[in-house]
Ligand binder design. Sequence first.
Ligand SMILES: C[S@@+](CC[C@H](N)C(=O)[O-])C[C@H]1O[C@@H](n2cnc3c(N)ncnc32)[C@H](O)[C@@H]1O
Length: 212
Amino acid sequence: MALEAIAMEGPEARVSVTVARLIETCSRGWERFFADHDAHQAPRFVPSVPERVFAVLEEVTRRNLPPNRVFCEWGSGFGTATCMASLLGYEAYGLEIEEELVRLSRAIARRLGIPVEILCTSLFPEGYEAYAGVDGAALVTPASLSDHNDEDRGPLRYDGMAIAIADIGVFFAYPWPEEQALMQQLFEAVALEGAMLVVYHTDQDIRVFRKV
Ligand SMILES: C[S@@+](CC[C@H](N)C(=O)[O-])C[C@H]1O[C@@H](n2cnc3c(N)ncnc32)[C@H](O)[C@@H]1O
């Protein structure tokens, strides 16, 4: 398996009133969140620029690139991208490890009436983890462990998610710079062939890959 980089055409998407309201609500949420936590208390969280994320998700959808309309945000923070995916017609899931962000993001989605499922769980499914090596983070997979035996394992899933990871058509992640390659490795290891990965490096550099 390999990843194919997909070039984006890049015109800014027109943001509907509903998406603008979502962005506005999430921005107020971040402001309150950062005001309520000092730098030491706050979870390590930096939000992406939602208009840029929306433009890419809208283009990926308009060009019909994903194999289906199931979306999963790895590290969903305030759930903005998960909510935008829902508004674009996806069955949308967010995975977030920080309980407080899970609570806040669920509350925003509920208040705006946007159907999403935010799970408080790691983006690494059981048996997968990040290993901090000398050359940066690397992915540990069940296959890399000596007692690996996947004969009686069913389809790989996240705890609490009814669907399998192989049912997800689009993944979105905004990783720390040292974890960008790791997200690609995880995607390559667990995603369905044909699935898409959108990785936010900066607001000017959002990369799109297809698993081929
Ligand atoms: C840079 S923030 C991006 C948040 C959001 N995706 C966005 O674009 O605004 C990274 C998020 O990933 C979460 N996170 C970090 N490690 C995680 C893990 N192993 N599993 C799930 N979430 C994780 C952090 O708590 C944080 O909310």
